[in-house]
Design a protein around this ligand. Structure first.
Ligand code: ACO
Length: 711
C-alpha cells in the first residue's frame, strides 16, 4: 500500500513537471537575441505575439538591457520570480553553462532548441545537459527542437511562424522542420490543434511521457505523432495499451525503407525498428497508423471530433453517382459495411429526391439536390436508429451553393433532435467547396476534398471503436518443463551453436508440442532398435550441424517399411554424405516416424530487437516466403490475439474445411500457446521455426522444428 502511494506521488509529480513544460505560467528565453533574423529573437517575439501575458515573459541575454520592450536579464538567476519554463536558444557549447544556471534558479523545465548534440556526434555534450537536468529535477525537452506551441494558453515558444488554430488534437513530432511544415498546413486547412511539441533528440522527455501527459489533458481529444523511431518498444506498447482505452493515438511512422533508415541515423541519431513489428505493435495496442501526413490529421480530426457509432451500418448520401461509387469502393477497401436500406426508410428518403433518385445505398439525391433535400434526408437518416454512421458527398453543381449545403447539414446536426452519429463529408469542387469544407469541419463534421479521404477518416474511427470494444482476452499459459529445456538450451549456448534438430524437437516436446517421434542412433544396431520402438514406417536422416539441405546431399530416406530396408538405407545415407559433403561432421543418424501429410501450416517466433518476441502463424511448407500468407502478434499472447492472428491468414479457411473436412484448429492454437510460452521463458531463444506443422482432422504434428539462439 505504502509503495502504491509513493508511486502515485511520483507519477503526479512527473505530470506536474510536464505541466510546467507544456503549460508554463512563466517563461524565460535564454539567448533572446537583438537581431530580428535570429532564432532567439523570433522565439521571444512569437511568445509575445501569440498572446501569452507579456509580464510573465523574461528575456535573458548578458549583452543587452531591453528587447522588444521587455527588461532583459544577464542570467536566468537574476529573474525576480520563479521560472516554470526556460527556452534555451544559445549555441550548443554554451548550453551546459546556462543549464547549470537553470539548476541554481530551480527552473522546472527547459526546452533546448539548440542543435549540435547527439545528432552530430556530440554525445558527451548531450549526456552532460541531461545529467545537470536530472540532478536538479528539471524536465528537459530536446535538444535540437523547434519548440512548443500550446493553444489553450496561447504559448508559441518556438520558431514556428505562428500559433496553430485552437483545437483538440495534440501533435508530437520527432522532426522539427516537418513540425513547422505540417503546422502551417493545418492552419491553411483550419484544422485546430491543442499542442505541438517537437521532441528532437528526446534526450529526456520522449513521446511516451508526452502520450501519458496528453492522455490526461482535458484540452486534447486525440494524440497524433510523427515518429522515425521508438527506443523502448515494450514500454511504448504498455503505455499505448493503457492510453488507447481512454484516448485515441494516431501515428505516422516514417522510415520503412532500409535507405531511409540509414538517413534517419544520421539525421537524429535514432534507430528505426523493423516496420512489420511496428505495424503489429500498433495493431495490438490500438494505435491507428497513418500512411501519410494528410491522413495523420484526417484521422486525428475524425477521432477527436466524432462520437462513437452504435453499430456497423454506414449510409452514403450523395448528389452524384460517381462520387457514390468511389465512396463505395473505399468502404470495401477500408472495411466499412454499407447498410441495405430497409423499405420503410427508403420510402421516407424518397420524399427528398426526384423520381429518378435512388434509395439504394449510396442514397442518390441526384444533381438536382438542394440544401433542403440534404437537410431533409440527413434528418431522416439521423432519426433512424438502424443507421449508425453517414458519409455525405457533394459535387458542386451550378444550381447549389456548397456553403448553403454545408450550413443545412450543420444546422441539422446542431439541432440535436437525434442521437449524435459519426458523420464525415466530401465536397468535390473548387474554392467554394473549400469554404464549405472548413465550415463543416469547424462544426464537428470532418470534411475533405475527396470521398476516399472521408471514408478513410471514418474507417479510422471505426478501427479505434472496434479495438476499444474488443474483449482483451486471457493470457495463454503453458506449463512446459522449463528445467529440462534449460539444460538443453544452456549446453548449446556454451557450445555457441543452434539447437540440433533432435534437441529442438525435444524442447518442443517438453512444451507439449506434438513432434514427430525421433531419436538419434550411433550405429546401425541402434537404429534398428529405435525403429522397432517407434514403429515402421520410419525415416532416416543423417544428423550434422554442417548440412542445411539434407535432400540435396542424399542424407535423408523416407518411408522405410521394414528391418531389411532400414539396414540398406542406413549404409546409403552415410555413404551419400561422405561422397557429397565430405567435410560435414556426422553426429549420428536420426530415426523418426514417417507421418502422413496433413494441411501444412507454419508456427514460429522471431525476437524483434525493439518489441520482443513476434509469434507467427501462416501457410507452411517450402514456399512460405513466396506466398507470405502469415500473421504476427507480439508476445505475451491472449486467446483473442491467437484467434485474430489466425483469422488474418488464408490458410485458416483450409483449416475451417474449404472443400474438405474441417481440421483441428484447437490443436494449432495449443502449439501457438506453447511457442508463446517458450519465447517468454527463454530470452535466449532468437527464432523458432515449426514448418511444416501437419494439421489433421484430429490433432497436429510438428514435422520439423528449428530453434536458433541469441549469440
Ligand atoms: N545567456 C543568454 N544569452 C546569451 C549568452 C548567455 N550565456 N551568451 C550569449 N548570448 C546571446 C548572444 O549575445 C546572442 O544575442 P545577440 O544576437 O543579441 O548578441 C544570443 O544569445 C544568441 O547567440 P548567438 O551566438 O548569436 O547564436 P545564434 O543565434 O547564431 O544561434 C542557435 C543559436 C539558434 C541556438 C544555434 O546555435 C542553433 O542551434 N541553431 C539550430 C536550431 C535548430 O535548427 N534547432 C532544431 C530545430 S529542428 C529543425 O530541423 C528545424
Amino acid at each position: 500500500m505504502k509503495n502504491l502511494i509513493i508511486s502515485k506521488q511520483v507519477k503526479s509529480t512527473e505530470r506536474m513537471s510536464l505541466q510546467h513544460l507544456i503549460r508554463p505560467k512563466t517563461i524565460a528565453v535564454i539567448g533572446a537575441s537583438r537581431e530580428e533574423t535570429k532564432i532567439g529573437h523570433m522565439v521571444l517575439k512569437n511568445i509575445i505575439d501569440g498572446g501569452f501575458p507579456k509580464e510573465n515573459v523574461f528575456p535573458v541575454n548578458p549583452n543587452v538591457d531591453n528587447i522588444l520592450g521587455l527588461k532583459c536579464y544577464p542570467s536566468v538567476k537574476d529573474i525576480p520570480v520563479d521560472v516554470d519554463l526556460a527556452v534555451i536558444v544559445v549555441p550548443a557549447r554554451i548550453v551546459p553553462k546556462v543549464m547549470k544556471e537553470c539548476a541554481e534558479k530551480k527552473v522546472k523545465a527547459v526546452a533546448v532548441i539548440s542543435s549540435g548534440f547527439k545528432e552530430v556526434g556530440n554525445v558527451e555534450g548531450e549526456r552532460e545537459i541531461v545529467r545537470i537536468a536530472k540532478e536538479a529535477g528539471i524536465k528537459l525537452l530536446g535538444p535540437n527542437i523547434v519548440g512548443i506551441a500550446d493553444t489553450p494558453m496561447k504559448i508559441n515558444a518556438s520558431f514556428m511562424p505562428y500559433l496553430p488554430e485552437r483545437g483538440k488534437i495534440a501533435f508530437i513530432s520527432q522532426s522539427g522542420a516537418l513540425a513547422i511544415g505540417l503546422v502551417t498546413w493545418t492552419k491553411l486547412k483550419e484544422i485546430g490543434l491543442s499542442d505541438v511539441v517537437s521532441i528532437g533528440n528526446k534526450a529526456d522527455v520522449n513521446e511516451i511521457d508526452l502520450i501519458e501527459f496528453f492522455s490526461k489533458d482535458p484540452h486534447t481529444k486525440a494524440i497524433t505523432l510523427y515518429m522515425e523511431g521508438i527506443e523502448d518498444g515494450r514500454k511504448f506498447m504498455e503505455v499505448a495499451k493503457r492510453v488507447t482505452k481512454v484516448k485515441p493515438i494516431v501515428m505516422l511512422k516514417a522510415g520503412k525503407a532500409e535507405r531511409t533508415a540509414a538517413a534517419i541515423k544520421s539525421h537524429t541519431g535514432s534507430l528505426a525498428g523493423s516496420d512489420i513489428a511496428y505495424d503489429i505493435a500498433f495493431k495490438q495496442c490500438g494505435v491507428i497508423r497513418a500512411e501519410s501526413f494528410p491522413t495523420l490529421f484526417d484521422y486525428g480530426l475524425a477521432l477527436a471530433s466524432l462520437p462513437d457509432p452504435k453499430g456497423e451500418n454506414v449510409v452514403i448520401l450523395t448528389n452524384g453517382g460517381g462520387a457514390g461509387v468511389m465512396a463505395t469502393d473505399a468502404c470495401e477497401q477500408y472495411g466499412l459495411k454499407l447498410m441495405d436500406i430497409p423499405s420503410d426508410l427508403a420510402g421516407k428518403l424518397k420524399k427528398w429526391m426526384p423520381e429518378f433518385g435512388s434509395t439504394l445505398n449510396p442514397v442518390d439525391l441526384t444533381g438536382m439536390a438542394a440544401d433542403r433535400d440534404y437537410y431533409g434526408s440527413l434528418q431522416t437518416l439521423l432519426a433512424d436508429e438502424r443507421v449508425h454512421a453517414i458519409i455525405i458527398l457533394y459535387c458542386h453543381t451550378a444550381i447549389t451553393d456548397p456553403l448553403r449545403i454545408a450550413e443545412a447539414l450543420v444546422k441539422c446536426k446542431r439541432e440535436g433532435k437525434y442521437v449524435d452519429k459519426p458523420m464525415v463529408a466530401a465536397f468535390i469542387g473548387g474554392r467554394e467547396c473549400d469554404t464549405a469544407i472548413k465550415h463543416l469541419t469547424r462544426y464537428g463534421i470532418p470534411a475533405f476534398e475527396n470521398p476516399e479521404r472521408a471514408v478513410a477518416a471514418l474507417a479510422a474511427k471505426y478501427r479505434y471503436w472496434r479495438y476499444k470494444k474488443r474483449p482483451s482476452g486471457a493470457f495463454v499459459k503453458v506449463d512446459g518443463n522449463k528445467e529440462k529445456a534449460k539444460v538443453i538450451i544452456e549446453r548449446a549456448l556454451r557450445e555457441g551453436r543452434a539447437l540440433t534438430p533432435s534437441e529442438a524437437a525435444e524442447v518442443a516436446h517438453l512444451y507439449d508440442i506434438p513432434v514427430v517421434k525421433k531419436r538419434i542412433a550411433r550405429s546401425k544396431e541402434d537404429a534398428l532398435k529405435i525403429a522397432e520402438e517407434i514403429g515402421y514406417p520410419v525415416v532416416l536422416e543423417v544428423e550434422s550441424p554442417d548440412i542445411v539441405h539434407k535432400v540435396d546431399v542424399g542424407a535423408i530416406r523416407l518411408n522405410i517399411q521394414s528391418r531389411e530396408e532400414l539396414e540398406k538405407a542406413y549404409d546409403e545415407v552415410l555413404s551419400n554424405v561422405k561422397k557429397n559433403a565430405p567435410k560435414a561432421r556426422i553426429e549420428g543418424v536420426v530415426v523418426r516416424s514417417f507421418v502422413k501429410q496433413g494441411v501444412e501450416v507454419a508456427v514460429g517466433m522471431h525476437r524483434d530487437e525493439l518489441f520482443g518476441p513476434m509469434i507467427m502463424f501462416g501457410s507452411g511448407g517450402t514456399l512460405i516466403e513466396l506466398y507470405k500468407d502469415v500473421a504476427f502478434r507480439i508476445a505475451p499472447l491472449t486467446d483473442i490475439d491467437i484467434d485474430e492472428m489466425m483469422k488474418e491468414t488464408k490458410v485458416i479457411k483450409v483449416l475451417e474445411g474449404f472443400r474438405d473436412k474441417p481440421k483441428d484448429i484447437e490443436a494449432v492454437k495449443k502449439v501457438l500457446a506453447s511457442v508463446n510460452q517458450l519465447s517468454l521463458d527463454f530470452d535466449e531463444i532468437k527464432d523458432i521455426d515449426i514448418n511444416p506443422l501437419f494439421v489433421y482432422e484430429k490433432g497436429c504434428i510438428a514435422f520439423d522444428v528449428k530453434i536458433l539462439l541469441r549469440s
